[in-house]
Structure formats: structure tokens, C-alpha cells
Design a binder for this molecule. Sequence first.
Ligand code: PEP
Ligand code: CO
Length: 459
Amino acid sequence: MGRNYARPVSTNPNDLLHEQLAAAAAQNPAAQQPTWPDASALDRAVRDLASYPPLVFAGECDVMRDRMAAAARGEAFVLMGGDCAETFAGATANNIRDRIKTVLQMAAVLTYGASVPVVKVGRMAGQFGKPRSADVETRGEVTLPAYRGDMVNDLEFTPESRNPDPQRLVEAYHRSAATLNLVRAFTTGGFADLRHVHDWNKGFVSSSANVRYERLAHDIDKAMKFMAACGADFDAMRTTEFFAAHEALLLDYERPLTRIDSRSGLPYATSAHFVWVGERTREVSGAHVDFVSRIHNPIGVKLSPKTDLDDLARILDRLDPQREAGRLSFITRMGAARVRDALGPLVERVRAEGGVVTWICDPMHGNTFESNGGYKTRNFDDIVEEVHGFFDVHHELGTVPGGLHVELTGNDVTECIGGSHNILDTDLEKRYETACDPRLNHQQSLELAFLVAEMLGRE
Ligand code: PEP
Ligand code: CO
């Protein structure tokens, strides 16, 4: 596993860092990595990545860490959203714009509901790798490597497409750079103006014909008019902060993009502002936890009802030994049926250990099932119910529900059942486009935001 990230003798701090990471990699075999067939092609890709500029900057990660700390204290609320699996073909200007637009629209409603700033985070510009339950997939007589995300191979079921190709790591970097460039342009160039966002939401409300959403939108309208009458500085609301996040899964991508911050001398992942470790790779002694323990970004760990409480305490000690708010988020994905009994013990244990983590609800991954027609889907009502349970548990314990993590797209797909347009099992085939898990479409995403804003308003 010892990758050649660096020349043998170097005083460049990044080369030394990459040597340390390579040494850690050699000691610590990582779960969920592809079997790259061509070692020299991998070395070339990793060396290229190590020579490229950072995608994000340490100072931006520090700002996000402050925002996550505010969310841990209940002074902000986090909204993370985007594709389950980004694809290279899907990284078009229109798709990216529409996803950003959806997150901004949701954030405007949540800001009103929560009466605190919403920390906007795209599950994008790097979400190109997927953990899989098996290394291979068999269809009929044919067995091929499983699809592990566009960063590794292609979804099409042919030997050529499924062959892991390290050049895809380099392609993922370029796609992420182009995506981030659009994110930065859209969120600072006037597109994110709160007045536009509010107008889009009024459009959504009038098409949804739902009196509860109408009432909330009307209240927001009044609040905006009130602010205008008071002479509020709307120019300051023409731009917004927007951060990028993905699962730190493919360590051959993450390690070479880790850099020493010239100001503080500390290592940061520069592939995204925030990275998380998934449910399947959060082994305390595993390579992924080791990797995120070495970087200074704000980080997350996914937790399912299978989480062992002693493991949880060990993860907390390993990743946030100083108990610094903003450093660590626990992203819980319990399932609507389990959240009310399974979440409380985790929250109580973290509190007993002195943890000051940001609790984020992922109401997607515990609610996946196969439809009668054979599609992997989720029911909108289960998603809403899990968020309800998340708020109730935190309310009962007196802890802070800090945010929401959802799989969504700005497009009009049919992947999750339900919502006010009531997508049925039989509708799923109409526009089922995800490369991995089913996403909320634009309409369902906004509905969820309106419903969560009501829950926040009751807090
Ligand atoms: C995901 O977020 O797409 C994912 C695989 O989640 P989890 O690690 O919670 O299963
Ligand atoms: Co997913």
C-alpha cells in the first residue's frame, strides 16, 4: 500500500505530510477501496493529484468549523444536501445550478423557522465515491466489479466500464473544481439574493396549493417587508456562504489532496470543507477514522442504530479529544421506526463523555426499501417522521438538534414515493435517474423544508 506520494528526500512540508500519510496507509488497510488493476497508473494519478492546487482553503474550513460550532450550541442550523452519488455526466451547469437553488430555497425557509442562520452545505464537488455491500455484482452468468462511484468506475454493466481506472480520480478532481467554481459564482454573484430565493419559494407555494405552506410563505413575506421598511441592508443578502462536503471514502483521492496550511502549519483535507466517514467505514481502528483524525477540517461520522456505545466513546476520543464544538458532527441515520428508541442512548453517552458535537439528522439512509416494481426507494412520510423523532428525542433530552442531511436533486425525478404530488410506486419508472440511492426531487425537498421549519418554530 506504500504509495509514492513524495520524493524520498524533501523538506517540502506537503511531501513530508504525504510520506506520513503513506506510512499510515501501509499500516492500516482501508475498507471499501477498489482493487486497482494497474499499480503504476495509480501512482501516476496520486502523484498528479498531489501536485494540483487545493480545491478549498484552510481559512474557509476554519470559518465552517466556527459555523458548525454555532450549530452545536443551537445558534445556527446546518442544511447539507445533494446527490447520493454525483456523476461526471450529471455535473452540468443546469444540474448544479438547480441543486444550489434547491438548497438555497430550503435554507431560506429553515432560517425563518429556526430564527438562526442556516449553514448551507452542498453534498457536492467530490461526492463521486460509494461504499458497496459486495465487491462484485452478478447478473445472470456475468460477475463484474461493483460500481463504486464515477471516481472509480462506470455504472454501465460491461467489463470495460466496471474496470477500476485510477485516471478517474484525476477526472473527479477536475469535475469537482468546475463544480466548485460554479458554486462560488452562483452564491456570490447575485443568484443567491434572498429576494430571488423568496420569489422562487412563492412560486413553489402557489403551485403546491397547501394552506400550511402558504401561511408560512406569507409570514416570511411580511418579515421581508418589515425588514425593508426598517431599512435592512438587502445588499448584504445578495451573497451567501456555501460549503462543500462529501464522504471521505477513497483514500487514494483524499490523501494526496491533504495539505499543510502555510499559516498554522496544520494539515487540512483540501478536497472539501467538510468530509465525513460513512457507517461502513467508521471502525475506530480503521484507516478512515485514522485519516480524519489527522486533518483539522470540521468532520462528520455517520451513525446507525448498530452503533456500539463504547465504540462511540472511542470515536469521540479519537476525533475530538479536546471536545471542541464545531470539530465533530454525528450524522444519525436511524430509520423512522428506530429513531425514537435508538437515538437517545447515543446522545446521552456523548453527553456523559463531555462531547459537544453537532447532531445532524440524515432521514434518508435508514428508510430505504425496495418497491414492488423493484426500485430502491424511500417514502416521503418516513423521512418526515424520522426528522420528527430526531427533534423529539433532542427536545426530551435537552440537547440540540443541529441540522439536516438529505439526498436531493433540483430536478423533477421520481425516485422517492409520496409528497404532495403523491409519487406512487408505479411512477418510479418515469424518471428514476440516480446512480445510487433515491433522492428527494425539487418539490419534495421544499416540502420537507416547510415541514422542518414548522418543527423548528416549535422548538
Ligand atoms: C451515503 O451517505 O450515501 C451513505 C452511504 O450513507 P451511510 O454511510 O450512512 O450508509
Ligand atoms: Co446514499
